[in-house]
Design a protein. Structure first.
Length: 261
């Protein structure tokens, strides 16, 4: 069973809260309460719009809230459904910033990754957190860890996606609605035996990076992105094949192609 995890995190929140040192939480508490209550509702609304013409709307549930980050979990039924969920999330992030952060030094960044629960990841019930409406599940495993590792390379207004998510999007009939950018490779602790992991950003095909001038000045990767064109599908598939070949030849690990549905 494959589950899709989606993280949306506030950028600039630590510095923003530090402005109110000595004043308690009154200056910033309402902003964060609004985010944790309104963003999931907005996301559900955009998912509903995205699947308006479909027979069913996929469920996206809040898994947990950590600091200034909300993490969702979903179980998409196929590549097209997964791609549409990501596009709806990108749209929600843009709308939320426009509606709530126009006069605030805050932005949103996102991460998307898949975890396979038929093998090396597990789900466990936390009885103390379960309610009358259902069990509270926690998720543990290397795929879960991977998502939080690549989230370090998420940037405002875009999604950083895992190679598994990338492979699914490339195989979707609606892949043309997404723009995928290969932004280099970075070593991630405990991932791929130390081999640098490809960093892939996703936008909607009709969007462009909306980095602010001072963000570009302070971050070389953002500056690079403005000069970078979406990567051809053949190049992205080659990256996936190279990593799969490395795992098989160097470490005897067979990572079969990701299949949804």
């Amino acid at each position: 069973m494959l589950r899709l995890f989606l993280s949306v995190d506030m950028v600039g929140s630590t510095e923003f809260k530090a402005r109110f040192t000595g004043q308690g939480s009154e200056g910033w508490l309402g902003i964060f309460q609004t985010f944790f209550t309104s963003f999931p509702l907005m996301a559900a609304g955009q998912i509903g719009i995205e699947f308006l013409d479909d027979d069913a709307t996929p469920a996206i549930d809040v898994w947990k809230v950590m600091g200034d980050e909300v993490v969702f979990v979903a179980q998409p039924g196929g590549p097209e459904e997964l791609t549409s969920i990501l596009l709806a999330l990108l749209r929600t992030m843009q709308m939320y910033e426009e509606r709530h952060f126009q006069q605030l030094p805050l932005r949103l960044k996102g991460t998307a990754w898949l975890a396979d629960f038929d093998g090396h990841n597990i789900e466990i019930e936390i009885p103390e957190l379960s309610s009358g409406t259902g069990a509270h599940l926690d998720y543990i495993g290397p795929d879960i860890d991977l998502g939080f590792r690549i989230s370090k390379f998420a940037k405002p207004g875009s999604l950083v996606i895992s190679l598994d998510v990338l492979e699914v999007v490339l195989g979707a009939r609606n892949a043309g609605k997404a723009a995928l950018y290969l932004m280099g490779k970075e070593p991630l602790k405990g991932v791929m035996f130390g081999r640098p992991y490809p960093i892939v950003w996703m936008l909607a095909a009709d969007s462009r990076f909306a980095f602010l001038p001072w963000e570009i000045e302070q971050d070389a990767l953002m500056a690079q992105a403005l000069k970078t064109e979406p990567a051809p599908a053949a190049d992205l598939r080659r990256v996936i094949d190279d990593m799969r070949h490395f795992l098989r030849k160097m470490h005897g690990r067979d990572r079969p192609p990701v299949k949804l549905g």
